[in-house]
Design a protein around this ligand. Structure first.
Ligand SMILES: Cc1ncc(C[n+]2csc(CCOP(=O)(O)OP(=O)(O)O)c2C)c(N)n1
Ligand SMILES: [Mg+2]
Length: 592
């Protein structure tokens, strides 16, 4: 059989190193499905239950491996379903290529069934590159450009293929006018600032008496350099949430998360520092950074568009974080102002005690913080964590101590619900011998997570280590938003919008042939974790948690305090429990 355009496309993708595509079929990509069958020894197709999950998986593949993630969907509805996951990738700067079908060329423009104007629909999400493949000779150019631009710009690109084109004979561009001849491959980029800029930077940093570092996802892979720089400068290191795995939390000067979900030592360090070194971070909340004018700033980022975006920096450097820090280190002097560093370390020592105390506060029936606090020391080496966007993100940010070798991510900039489960699935496909752990709320489980369990049940027997763990915080509440309403808007929880219907998550897992463990007694949490982490198959740990435990920011503003207090007078259904929980949390902070 002659090679078809769809065969050629897959072949070209394999030349780019693609080994897996996440997707869901439809007749708009029939030709691609046939080709996937013929190419099954080289490219694995992971079939999801909803295209949004496929896009989340492609995003997670990129986040956890550094490779380009690829997802595929049919024309019209399939392409529409991908969108949220594609935005997740775009906003967290991940290279993802979406391949989507389209009506046949003959039908296009005829208001045909499933004919959606995909150029317009993807105009924003794939603005760096979206093209429709109209003739076979274009195929290599479109694949090469979609892959190269996704990787080079760390963004989402899309190839739209009318269904009839997929089944045409493949044809290389001829050697004649109007033909374009592209090639495969992406170089390792060595990007460091000039010697003069490095020296200037070192002078500024060497002058600092109280140096704070903020590292983000762009610093993943630069752990050794971050640690060496922090040691030399006597600095503390705060981590934006996407950069949680940059450096381990067992280093005494790592202050952990920053921002609303952050730690008090991160907050204090930013308020008091005289020098800020920001590496690979686009952390959005400026109010958690030093006051403008308070600190001299240096920022290192590979993307010039992100420089001086959140804080006006004195020196802006464009470069790869690892290579730039490596080049900078010889110019740095050992800082002699030990008291700054000692203060940070003492602050962290106290903070971990606060975390421990808060986790021990009693709740009805289980304090979610305790679930995370008990998981932390039990995390298997090299595990891969994913968190969803509910309160799990708060507890993940604060209570989980990352160790060397682990990976961790979540939807950082889009902060969408539902990435937890598909991220874990993509992690498992990429690293079948490691243990992914997804930390998810019940709202997100009902939205997409439960159908992710069906995908897990379809594939788990192929995995080298069958363990994949999903924690469900069963609190019958969209708790994160209930809290945002209380604290930001002064509104009490409205059952009509916030209550999540009951659902038996562990039982459902069992129904699917997975392991399900149900815990509603705080004394059984540890045993629950041991059960799921040693299971012979993927497992759901369903824990009944108290929605009244407040995800308190590291410091609460007067305005927020007033609003927060006022909701209790307006008849919040969780009123009594909230008062108790908040009081307990505050007491833990005072007396630890
Ligand atoms: C797709 C999407 N819809 C809505 C939101 C707003 N939102 C953020 S967190 C959250 C609550 C999530 O509830 P759940 O998953 O049960 O977690 P909990 O906060 O209860 O732990 C909501 C509705 C969002 N971020 N993304
Ligand atoms: Mg919930």
């Amino acid at each position: 059989m002659a090679k078809l355009v769809s065969d050629f496309l897959l072949e070209r993708l394999t030349e780019w190193g693609v080994t897996r595509i996440f997707g869901f079929p439809g007749d708009g990509i029939n030709g691609m499905l046939g080709a996937l069958d013929r190419a099954k020894d080289k490219i694995e197709f992971v079939q999801v239950r909803h295209e949004e999950n496929a896009a989340f998986m492609a995003c997670a593949h990129a986040k956890y491996t550094g490779e380009v993630g690829v997802c595929m969907a049919t024309s019209g509805p399939g392409a529409i379903h991908l969108l949220n996951g594609l935005y997740d990738a775009k906003m967290d700067h991940q290279p993802v290529v979406a391949i989507v079908g389209q009506a046949a060329r003959m039908a296009m423009g005829g208001n045909f069934q499933q004919e959606v104007d995909l150029d317009s629909l993807y105009k924003d999400v794939a603005r760096e590159y979206i093209h429709t493949l109209m003739v076979p000779e274009q195929a290599q150019t479109l694949v090469d450009r979609a892959m190269r631009i996704a990787k080079g710009e760390r963004t989402v690109t899309a190839i739209v293929i009318p269904k009839d084109v997929q089944e045409l004979d493949a044809s290389k561009p001829p050697r004649k006018h109007n033909a374009t001849h592209t090639g495969v491959g992406f170089p390792d980029i060595h990007m460091v600032p000039s010697e003069a800029d490095l020296k200037r930077t070192a002078d500024l940093l060497n002058d600092g008496k109280k140096v704070a570092m903020l590292v983000g996802a762009g610093a993943l892979g630069a752990a050794d350099e971050i640690i060496e720089v922090a040691e030399l400068l006597g600095a503390g290191v705060a981590k934006a949430l996407l950069g949680k795995a940059v450096v381990p939390d067992d280093l005494p000067y790592v202050t952990g998360a920053i921002g609303l979900l952050g730690t008090e030592p991160s907050w204090k360090m930013m308020v008091e520092c005289d020098t800020l070194l920001m590496v690979g971070s686009n952390f959005p909340y400026s109010e958690f950074l030093p006051k403008v004018g308070q600190a001299r700033g240096v920022q290192i980022d590979i993307d010039p568009k992100l420089l001086s975006l959140r804080y006006p920096m004195e020196i802006n450097l464009v470069g790869d974080s690892k290579q730039t820090l490596r080049a900078l280190i010889p110019y740095l002097k050992k800082n002699k102002h030990h008291s700054w560093r000692k203060g940070i370390e003492k602050g962290m020592e106290d903070w971990w005690k606060v975390m421990d105390a808060r986790a021990k506060d009693s709740a009805k029936p289980i304090n979610p913080q305790r679930v995370f606090q008990e998981l932390s020391p039990k995390l298997p080496d090299n595990c891969i964590l994913s968190s969803d966007s509910g309160t799990s993100a708060d507890w993940f940010a604060r209570h989980i101590k990352i160790r060397k070798g682990m990976k961790a991510s979540l939807s950082g900039n889009l902060a969408t619900m539902c990435p937890g489960v598909p991220y874990a699935i993509a992690a498992k496909f990429a690293y079948p011998d490691r243990v992914p752990i997804a930390l998810v709320g019940d709202g997100a489980m009902q939205m997409l997570g439960n159908n992710g369990l069906i995908t897990i049940s379809k594939y788990w027997k192929k995995w080298k280590d069958p363990r994949l763990v999903i924690l469900v915080l069963h609190n019958d509440d969209l708790a994160q938003v209930s809290w945002e309403q209380r604290v930001m808007s002064g509104d009490p929880k409205f059952i009509g919008t916030q209550r999540v219907p009951d659902f038996p998550y562990a039982e459902y897992a069992k129904l699917l042939g997975l392991k399900g463990v149900f815990v509603n007694d705080p004394e059984k949490i540890a045993e629950g974790w041991d059960d799921v982490l040693s299971a012979d198959r993927p497992a759901v740990l369903e824990v009944i948690t108290d929605p009244a435990v407040p995800p308190l920011p590291p410091h609460i503003s007067f305005d927020q305090m007033v609003k927060y207090g006022s909701v209790l007078l307006k008849g919040d259904p969780d009123e009594v429990d909230i008062i108790k929980s908040t009081w307990k949390s505050e007491m833990s902070t005072l007396f630890s």
